[in-house]
Ligand binder design. Structure first.
Ligand SMILES: [Fe+2]
Length: 287
């Protein structure tokens, strides 16, 4: 091999090595860093005492750890200075369940702000969910399973509602279609569309039902941002929505309802993401 050929071969190999290294770094950093997505949600219904009220949303953690004992995630959460924390399901992963990691995270998160929780499809699949729910309640988490909870300020209030994920409810009572179950659960809520109302629900694909019920704000997850995201295209696949999901990330507004879809923090059946950094959502309410 002549000297010139050797230089060309080493240059090509060096370039390929740098490209491979950059791709590995892109994927690793894109799966281990946390992006805080900020939204301002406006509504004339918001009582003036809640101007600037901040909600941090933690979705689809799938018992992932960001740093030892989720130290990095908790630091980001604390820096957001939320008034409340909304946990919108899949706190655990049914394929790789580690209740301790999830409970330890919640024990620390509740020191930052009051926590409100609804289940995801993964909680619906595990044996012993009831014990997990009891542990959450004993920590002080408000479990919004078909019920509401009020937050009061200066004599004014907003109401948080929540529904169970339909996964665990399939059967004779509710039927087998997940969208149908969500529709029934919404009808079962003791709900009044006056005042300012927030719904926690794992499923973004039921946006039309949330609009019908005139919720001011709906917090959802489940779609994992479509797992792999392409520029100008968005997510490639989401459970419940299939290929090129419509509700994969960001805020969707129709009539008086704003739905925020968190891309979530963890993974499940696909163990990594591409161009889809784990996300902590921070919402500021304003009128
Ligand atoms: Fe999930």
């Amino acid at each position: 091999m002549t000297k010139r050929v050797k230089i060309i071969v080493f240059s090509v190999l060096g370039t390929l090595f740098l490209i491979a290294l950059s791709m590995i770094l892109f994927v690793v950093l894109g799966n281990t860093s946390i992006h805080v997505s900020k939204f301002e949600v406006k509504s004339d219904n918001l009582p003036s005492s809640f101007e600037g009220f901040k909600i941090a949303q933690v979705s689809d953690l799938h018992n992932e750890e960001f740093g030892k004992n989720n130290k990095r995630l908790l630091k980001k959460l604390s820096e957001c200075e939320p008034d409340i924390i909304a946990i919108t399901g899949d706190l655990i992963d049914s394929r790789n369940t580690n209740l301790e990691v999830s409970l330890n995270f919640v024990k620390e998160a509740i020191k930052i702000a009051p926590c409100y929780y609804v289940t995801g499809n993964h909680e619906g699949r595990i044996d012993g969910y009831e014990q997990f729910e009891n542990e959450l309640k004993s920590i002080g988490v408000v479990v919004l399973d078909g019920r509401s909870s009020m937050v009061e300020r200066n004599g004014e209030k907003i109401t948080l509602y929540g529904i169970h994920d339909p996964e665990s409810l399939k059967g004779e009572k509710y039927g087998y279609a997940e969208r149908g179950i969500v529709e029934k659960l919404l009808k079962e809520l003791d709900y009044s569309d006056t005042g300012y109302n927030i719904l926690l629900s794992h499923r973004p694909e039921c946006f039309d039902y949330y609009v019908e019920h005139k919720y001011d704000l709906v917090l959802t997850g489940h779609a994992h941002g479509g797992q792999f995201r392409l520029p100008f295209v968005g997510g490639l696949y989401a459970p419940g929505q299939g290929k090129f999901p419509k509700y994969d990330s960001g805020a969707f507004i129709e009539n008086e309802t704003t739905m925020v879809v968190s891309r979530g923090l963890g993974n499940s059946i696909f163990p990594f993401r591409i161009n889809n950094t784990p996300e902590l959502v921070l919402i500021t309410l304003t009128n």
